[in-house]
Each structure stands twice: as structure tokens, then as C-alpha cells.
Design a binder for this molecule. Structure first.
Ligand code: NAG
Ligand code: NAG
Ligand code: NAG
Ligand code: NAG
Ligand code: NAG
Ligand code: NAG
Length: 242
């Protein structure tokens, strides 16, 4: 009985030790494995991802990958590399230190997964210019650090989720050139740091919400080529732009 008691006391200690050691070993490796798994799901006709080859080496020397001094992947920036495939094979939960995810002008298609909220350190998200479709995931509102959101010239549809109002660090939001419908959510007025807003060339309707006047840092706003009606709200005069 006393032995069992001793063992039970020991178990939390082992768990604590493992808890301390596992992330240190995994730093970089879990990310490398996730990137290789994603690569396997893609067609890489320009062989842009050739350097992504060895799961036991650090991904920090791979093309398009940047790391912190501690070997955590902080940026994944793949622009115009013709990688063709979806985001469903990318395990976002493997990248807790990722600050910048820019996958622009490739041949990605399919939806932007809800699992994107696992990128808890994300500051910049850019996916311009490819065939990504479906709605803007509601879970995006969980990305508390997000300052730059660039989802222009995709094939996004559905409404702008009200959860966008939770992105209180947002400075720039570009959603132009999609098929977004419905009203501009009033929650947008909560984005007090937003300086640049581009919702042009969508199918948005209704009036421009007066809450836009609460965005005191706003310097640029493009709303052209939608079905918006009514007048610019008086409240806009408190914004920097006027
Ligand atoms: C993978 O990387 C490890 C560590 O850098 C190295 O020891 C191993 O030889 C490499 N394997 C291949 C197949 O390149
Ligand atoms: C990534 O690393 C490259 C090469 O070291 C550097 O030129 C670039 O500025 C870095 N980008 C980011 C976003 O840190
Ligand atoms: C990407 O791959 C899909 C499926 O294999 C194919 O139908 C599509 O044409 C490819 N896109 C481009 C731009 O090559
Ligand atoms: C992301 O986190 C959610 C919980 O917020 C979890 O249900 C989901 O499986 C995660 N996605 C991935 C790709 O790990
Ligand atoms: C995010 O936004 C929704 C809708 O506005 C709200 O109900 C929810 O409480 C918000 N969540 C957080 C964590 O702020
Ligand atoms: C806009 O600001 C006013 C005054 O500060 C506040 O009463 C109102 O709730 C705000 N609206 C939004 C949508 O944040």
C-alpha cells in the first residue's frame, strides 16, 4: 500500500518532467513533420518545395520558412510558387509560434479551415490571388494578435462573420474581390486600430454602419463595387480620413 502511494506521488513528477522535455525535443520537429505531411498532399510542379525533405532535420533551413532563435517556426511565406492543393492537409496546431502565414498567388483551392484558430501567435495572414473558396471561418475571431488580414481576390462567399469584431489588434483588412454577401457587420466598429479597410468588389448590400465612425485610426476605406446604399454616416467625421 505504501509502495502504491509512493508510485502515485511519483506519477505527477514524471508527467511534469515529460511536460518540460517534450516541447523542447519537438521544437521544429513537429513543425517539420506537419510541413512534410502537407507537402505530400500538394502538387509541386515547379519543385519549389525540394528543400522540404528530411523530418529529422530542422525546417529552419527550408525554403519559405523562418524561425526564431530557439528554432520555432515563426513565418511561412510562399508566394507565386505554383503549389497546387488544399489547406486541409496542413495541421495548424503544429505551429503555436507562427506569426506570419502568407500563401499568396499559388494554386491553392478548397476552404480556409476552421482549425486556423490554432495559430494563436498569428500577426499576419495573407492568402491573396488563388482559388480558395467558401466562407471566412468564424474561428478567425480567436486570433487575438492578428494585425494584417489579407484575403483579397479569392472566391470567398457567405457573409463577413461578426466574430471579425473580436480582432481588436487588426490594422489592415483586405477582403476585396470576393463574392461576400450580406451586410457589413456593425461589430466592425470594435476595430479601433484599423487604419485600412478594403471591402470593394463584393456583393455586400445595405447601408454603411454608423459604427464605422468608431474606427478612429481609419485612413483608407474602399467600399466600391458592391450594392451598398444610403449615405456615408455622419459619424465618419471623427475618423482620421475626413
Ligand atoms: C536527415 O537529417 C539528419 C539530421 O540533420 C541527418 O542525420 C540525416 O542523415 C538526414 N537524412 C537524410 C536522408 O538526409
Ligand atoms: C526570413 O528570412 C529571410 C532570409 O534570412 C529574410 O530575408 C526575411 O526577411 C525573413 N522574413 C521574415 C518575415 O522574417
Ligand atoms: C490543381 O490541381 C487540380 C487537381 O489535380 C487541377 O484540377 C487543377 O487544374 C490544378 N490547378 C492548376 C492551376 O494547375
Ligand atoms: C484546432 O483547435 C481546435 C480547438 O480549438 C481543435 O478542435 C482542432 O482539432 C484543431 N485543429 C487542428 C488542425 O489541429
Ligand atoms: C467573439 O464575437 C462573438 C460575436 O460578436 C461574441 O459573441 C464572442 O463573445 C466573442 N468572443 C470573444 C472571445 O471575444
Ligand atoms: C461606438 O462608440 C460609442 C461611443 O464611444 C459607443 O457608445 C458605441 O457602443 C460604440 N459602438 C461600437 C459598435 O463599438
Amino acid at each position: 500500500m505504501t509502495h502504491l502511494h509512493g508510485l502515485l506521488l511519483l506519477l505527477p513528477c514524471i508527467a511534469l518532467l515529460l511536460g518540460a522535455v517534450i516541447p523542447a525535443i519537438a521544437g521544429g520537429q513537429r513543425e517539420a513533420e506537419a510541413l512534410l505531411k502537407w507537402k505530400a498532399s500538394l502538387t509541386d510542379s515547379d519543385a519549389s518545395l525540394t528543400s522540404w525533405s528530411n523530418a529529422t532535420s530542422s525546417p529552419c533551413n527550408w525554403a519559405f520558412v523562418n524561425c526564431s532563435s530557439t528554432g520555432d517556426v515563426t513565418a511561412l511565406i510562399i508566394i507565386n510558387a505554383r503549389i497546387n492543393g488544399t489547406l486541409s492537409g496542413l495541421d495548424f496546431s503544429a505551429f503555436p509560434h507562427l506569426e506570419e502565414l502568407v500563401l499568396e498567388q499559388n494554386d491553392l483551392y478548397g476552404t480556409i479551415p476552421e482549425g486556423i484558430d490554432n495559430l494563436t501567435s498569428l500577426i499576419s495572414l495573407g492568402m491573396h490571388g488563388q482559388r480558395l473558396s467558401g466562407p471566412i471561418p468564424r474561428s478567425i475571431g480567436q486570433l487575438k494578435q492578428l494585425a494584417h488580414l489579407q484575403l483579397a481576390y479569392l472566391e470567398l462567399s457567405g457573409t463577413i462573420p461578426i466574430e471579425i469584431g473580436n480582432l481588436t489588434s487588426l490594422q489592415e483588412m483586405q477582403l476585396s474581390g470576393n463574392g461576400l454577401t450580406g451586410l457589413i457587420p456593425t461589430a466592425i466598429g470594435k476595430l479601433e486600430k484599423l487604419s485600412s479597410l478594403d471591402l470593394s468588389s463584393n456583393n455586400l448590400k445595405g447601408s454603411i454602419p454608423s459604427q464605422i465612425g468608431n474606427m478612429t485610426e481609419l485612413e483608407m476605406m474602399y467600399l466600391a463595387s458592391n450594392y451598398l446604399e444610403g449615405e456615408l454616416p455622419d459619424t465618419l467625421s471623427s475618423s482620421k480620413a475626413w
